[in-house]
Design a protein around this ligand. Structure first.
Ligand code: NAD
Length: 360
């Protein structure tokens, strides 16, 4: 069925319009993909700066509860005032042809609602990690995007980051021989008052927020899915920060090949995000593996020593991430980190909590 934009406007109701919107959103490869950015906090800032450096992505709308903040950011990115929305009138983006996709950068518990509302408005969705706060939400997000025929990508930026990609390639090429074991950590000292300490908003503690990087890394480094998981949680600091979420999570995973992984995450200590992979021919380690910059790969295998600092700056892998999703939208391709990838991590997070004796 062919519809002109005038026909589309005449469809009248939001739901009818949304049904046909994806077909109209199919991009000619030369038109930039326009993003509505929802949740104008820390990560949104990194994303918008990264997108600005691409040739195929641009911020075309903003969604915020704070009009003054939205006005300031709109001026920075050339977003017209008519393309600034709030959480109540967000669904009106269905009528904004400058919006092809929504980048969801809200607290975790809001990802599902706004992904589903964006899909119903016929917009593609790039959603921050963790995908959701539980498996059911993640499944509903995938179903909504499928029903609306829009793409869903989870913003696992390390999948687009050169040093992590280099580590994966070395392992796949057999440089380390048979991988036997992996260690990985990531955590920090959480300030009081953060939404990340609210179970309702965050879903859980450091595992949802930063431990997920180690979990996901063990999966992309091995190329396998864990078949057994065992975990412990603990809270040491009884200073009010951990009334709702745990402070520490420690877990181990066994993969089908026999590779074992040991991971730690915390909100109680400045714990570097890193991994070390041990193989029959040597080892590989990436320091600051999950940071925005300063990543550093070291390796020693079969008489070869590698010492490779990554000089790339902050926006580069946010740029690669935006570039990839826009490319998928423009060319009707499946993103490398689709909703199903986020769902898998939600399932493992649930298993980790289950093993530790708590309900996620
Ligand atoms: P943030 O606190 O800096 O920003 C959150 C935004 O959501 C703010 O603009 C805030 O105004 C808005 N918001 C709307 N309703 C809110 C509510 N009820 N409570 C609190 N804020 C509310 O958070 P952030 O660090 O940008 O994290 C946002 C999302 O991005 C999280 O899901 C987080 O896990 C993810 N994240 C991803 C990365 C990454 O590297 N991919 C890094 C940091 C955060």
């Amino acid at each position: 069925m062919m519809l002109t934009r005038r026909d589309f406007a005449k469809l009248g109701t939001l739901s009818l319009a949304a049904r046909f919107a994806p077909a109209l959103n199919a991009q000619a490869p030369t038109k930039k993909v326009g993003y509505a950015v929802i949740g104008l906090g820390r990560i949104a800032d990194h994303f918008m700066r990264g997108a600005l450096n691409t040739s195929n992505s641009q911020t075309t709308a903003l969604v915020s509860g704070h009009r003054d903040k939205a006005d300031r950011i709109a001026a920075q990115y050339g977003v017209p005032s008519g393309s600034i929305y709030n959480y109540e009138n967000f669904d009106e983006i269905v009528r904004n042809p400058a919006v092809d996709a929504v980048y969801v950068a809200l607290p975790n518990s809001m990802h599902a609602e706004y992904t589903i509302r964006a899909a119903k408005a016929g917009k593609h969705v790039l959603c921050e990690k963790p995908m959701s706060t539980n498996v059911a939400e993640a499944e509903a997000m995938i179903a909504a995007c499928k029903a609306a025929n829009v793409k869903l990508m989870i913003a696992y930026r390390c999948h687009y980051e050169p040093t992590n990609l280099r580590a994966i390639k070395l392992i796949r090429d057999g440089a380390l021989g048979q991988v036997q074991a992996i260690e990985s950590t990531f955590g920090f000292n959480m300030a009081p008052g953060e939404w990340r300490l609210s179970k309702k908003l965050a879903g859980g503690g450091p595992l949802f927020d930063v431990g997920i990087y180690s979990l996901n890394a063990c999966r992309y480094l091995t190329g396998e899915e864990p078949e057994h998981i065992a975990a412990f949680v603990s809270t040491i600091d009884h200073d009010g920060r951990f009334n709702e979420v745990e402070e520490n999570v420690s877990w181990t995973m066994r993969f089908p090949s026999g590779i074992v992984a040991a991971c730690n995450t915390t909100y109680g200590a400045p714990m570097e995000g890193y991994y070390r992979v041990h193989g029959s021919k040597g080892w590989l380690q990436v320091d600051e593996a999950f940071s925005y910059d300063g990543l550093h790969l070291h390796a020693d295998f079969s008489g070869t020593q590698l010492d490779e600092p990554n000089p790339s700056q902050d926006p580069s892998h946010f740029q690669a991430e935006a570039d990839h999703f826009s490319h998928c939208v423009q060319n009707n391709l499946e993103p490398k980190s689709p909703g199903e990838e986020g769902l898998r991590d939600m399932r493992y997070i649930t298993q980790i909590y289950h093993s530790a004796g708590i309900t996620a």
